[in-house]
Design a protein around this ligand. Structure first.
Ligand code: NAD
Length: 709
């Protein structure tokens, strides 16, 4: 094995085949330490006047270049260090462009971030039509911008409007879509990829590219005034999503504008400078920490060295809202044959329809064929009895939330399945230990808590009770990953982790409404803080009745701070359950465009007159400090194993603002001392529900942090 990443040879047709193959890795990622190698190779190629063209390909079976290696950014001490990385990347890529022979990127597998930037510096890009071939500039998702010339070269190919759209959203495209936009020149089967790339290499150097523009964009892009409209629109639309919390957005727009209006050289200088600034921004550091955490979690079994058992067949008990979703991710994502059992035909039909709707949509979008859809659906079967379930490896129950019923399910499964069958409960509030009391084999019982809608929400909590075996945990973790989820393993206890920290925050929102704070202002303040929706909108979505059921359970198990304000009983007495019955805090039948108006009659029901006294920051602070404080208690009690898991659980389960890196990272930013001071102040004003967690007080005194990186 050579220690070099790049190699080249001249083939029989006089084409230089340059291969990238990072030694010892399954994926190719870019590092600035490769620059010298590339410079040497390009000098050799330049010196060989017999060459007619060059093809850049990957030596890996399934990865072109997955991006830049972002661990190298952690080594940057200053913005200038990161700016320098970008500038030296620019120099190397300019050498590709300046070769007198055409260079063609032959792309199979992920071609993202820095990978696409390398390909954009080539004359032509040919992609394989394999589903693993995806192209895009997703840097904004890490709080960065493309620092290898992507902000300049992509708009040259697809136009300013499309380029901004792709970069701001960090969109990843399949080969077919990328070809349509002109990012790829052709997509072909992988078996002929290099051969086709060689043909393109013989076409000669490429001239300037004219983006394929149509309609309004064609007119707008033609003039500086028109392009200003595009920049403004992009900024406005982005702001709606980011609320100004993600500095990469503005910088991407600025840098694209500089390049388009003042020329590429100035654009590249601006790009490198902005890249440097973003690398050293706290927002990007937080977003990168999420990336590192989830990457590490992918490798963990959830149970140390214990290996998971194979899951070849699953059963879902209950085909309702959650059961339907769980069956769909089991079949479509994990590709596990899944038997759905319900007592009611209606439940079975509902579950099948749930999955069918998703696969059929893919047929309508021409992503899969009708026969592929039918094949995927054939992984699901239904029953109203326990027939055909002896060999299931795991049962996931999603029947009504009733302890006696769950006990019956445990007994049924033990009687009808086998000794190794795992019993995973999707309960939202019942302690798993209590469910396991009905089991003869409690080591097989575990909690597997999904969030609604199952196919969209990325998190699951895997809950071990005292007797759950390590093998059961590892097997459940593995299945959850196959279902496309990010699992965190938590210990048993009311509300587990996510609902527990959510409950206190929601209660505080309720208290603020009762203090007379206007509902829409409260929701707006929380969205401005960075959550995807406000707490009142969320309560309407989840169901006011659901919240009312959970609060007493948490209060009984964990203490009075969880008690929902008594006045909220009046909402249920007024038959307000939220979206499900069309009566809640907001008007569900409103025909008005834009955000739903508040149903003002709700104030009367609650006996308050709305009058906003607090600022947006104060509103957000009162709710969020409750969540932060409770998250620390969960760590203190061992409900979560680490601050990292707590951060990921809150971001993926509730939508805690990713740019803050999760509750624990945010506490580190604030400082435990500052948080304790805030909590003490509120405790003085509103009572013990704000009493700071002991661990937090301790950390405030010692100056300790949750994260050391
Ligand atoms: N709805 C949520 O957002 C959510 C989120 C996380 C967890 N949960 C939990 O998931 C579970 C199910 O919730 P849901 O919202 O899907 O309920 P649901 O009412 O939509 O569905 C329950 C289904 O269970 C079926 N069922 C009842 N008794 C059964 C039995 N003996 N055998 C087989 N099937 C039976 C019912 O016919 C129904 O189809 C509950 O424990 C709930 O706490 C719900």
């Amino acid at each position: 094995m050579t220690d070099k990443t790049f190699s080249w040879h001249k083939d029989e047709d006089g084409i230089a085949i340059i291969t990238m193959d990072v030694p010892g890795e399954t994926m190719n990622t870019l590092r600035d330490s490769f620059n010298d190698e590339v410079v040497d190779i390009l000098a050799e190629i330049k010196a060989d006047s017999s060459l007619k063209g060059a093809v850049l390909a990957s030596g890996k079976p399934d990865s072109f270049i997955a991006g830049a290696d972002i661990t190298m950014l952690a080594a940057c001490k200053t913005a200038q260090d990161a700016e320098n990385i970008s500038r030296s990347g620019h120099k190397v890529l300019a050498m590709f462009e300046e070769l007198s022979i055409p260079v063609v990127a032959a792309i199979h597998g992920p071609c993202l971030g820095g990978g696409l930037e390398v390909a954009l510096a080539c004359d032509y890009r040919i992609g394989s039509d394999a589903p693993s071939t995806i192209v895009g500039l997703p840097e904004s998702q890490l709080g960065l911008l493309p620092g290898g010339g992507g902000t300049q070269r992509l708009p040259q190919i697809v136009g300013v409007a499309k380029g901004l759209e792709l970069m701001l959203a960090g969109k990843q495209l399949r080969a077919k879509q990328a070809t349509k936009l002109g990012i790829l020149d052709e997509s072909v089967p992988n078996s002929v990829l290099v051969q086709v790339a060689k043909k393109w290499a013989l076409k000669g150097k490429r001239g300037t590219i004219e983006p394929k523009l149509s309609g309004i964009n064609k007119a707008l892009e033609a003039t500086p005034i028109g392009r200003n409209v595009i920049y403004d629109q992009a900024a406005k639309q982005a702001y709606k999503k980011t609320q100004g919390n993600y500095p990469a957005v503005e910088k991407i727009i600025d840098v694209v504008k500089t390049g388009r209006e003042q020329g590429m050289d100035k654009g590249l200088v601006a790009e490198a400078k902005a890249f440097g600034e973003l690398v050293s921004s706290p927002e990007s550091a937080a977003l990168r920490s999420i990336f590192f955490a989830t990457t590490a979690m992918k490798k963990e079994t959830g149970a140390g060295d214990v290996q998971p058992r194979k899951v070849n067949k699953a059963m879902v008990l209950g085909g309702g809202l959650m059961g339907g979703g769980i069956a769909s991710v089991s079949a479509l994502k994990a590709k596990v044959p899944t038997r759905i059992k319900d007592i009611a035909e209606q439940g079975l039909q509902n579950a099948l329809a749930y999955t069918y709707k998703q696969v059929d949509q893919r047929v309508k979008r021409k992503q899969i064929s009708a026969s592929q859809r039918d094949k995927q659906m054939s992984l699901l079967s239904t029953t109203t009895t326990y027939s055909g379930v002896k060999d299931v490896d795991i049962v996931i129950e999603a029947v009504f939330e009733d302890l006696n019923l769950k006990h019956q399910m445990v007994k049924d499964v033990e009687a009808n399945c086998n000794d190794n069958t795992i019993f995973a409960s999707n309960t939202s509030s019942l302690p798993i230990g209590q469910i396991a009391e009905a089991a003869q084999r409690p080591e097989n019982v575990v909690g597997l808590h999904y969030f609604s809608p199952v196919e969209k929400m990325p998190l699951v909590e895997i809950i071990a009770h005292e007797k759950t075996s390590a093998e059961t945990i590892a097997t459940t973790v593995k299945l959850a990953k196959r279902q496309g989820k990010t699992p965190i393993v938590v210990q048993d206890g009311a509300g587990f982790y996510v609902n527990r920290i959510l409950a206190l925050y929601m209660n505080e929102a309720a208290n603020l409404i009762l203090d007379g704070e206007p509902i829409e202002q409260l929701d707006k303040a929380i969205v401005k803080f960075g959550f995807p929706v406000g707490p009142v909108t969320l309560l309407d979505e989840v169901g006011i009745d659901v919240g009312a059921k959970i609060a007493p359970i948490l209060t009984k198990e964990l203490g009075d701070r969880f008690a929902a304000p008594v006045a909220f009983d009046k909402l249920l007495a007024d038959d307000r359950k939220g979206k499900k019955n069309g009566r809640g805090f907001y008007q569900f039948d409103s025909k008005k465009k834009g955000a739903k108006p508040v149903d003002e009659s709700v104030y009367q029901v609650l006996g308050v007159t709305p009058a906003g006294k607090l600022s947006q920051d104060e509103l957000a602070e009162r709710c969020t400090v409750q969540m932060l404080n409770e998250a620390v208690r969960c760590l203190e009690e061992g409900i979560i194993a680490s601050a990292r898991d707590g951060d990921i659980g809150a971001i993926f389960g509730i939508g805690f603002p990713p740019f803050l890196g999760g509750p624990f990272r945010y506490i580190d930013t604030l400082g435990a001392k500052v948080l304790v001071e805030k909590l003490n102040k509120y405790q003085g004003q509103f009572g013990d529900r704000f009493a700071p967690a002991a661990k937090l007080v301790e950390m405030a005194e010692s100056g300790a942090r949750f994260h050391t990186d």
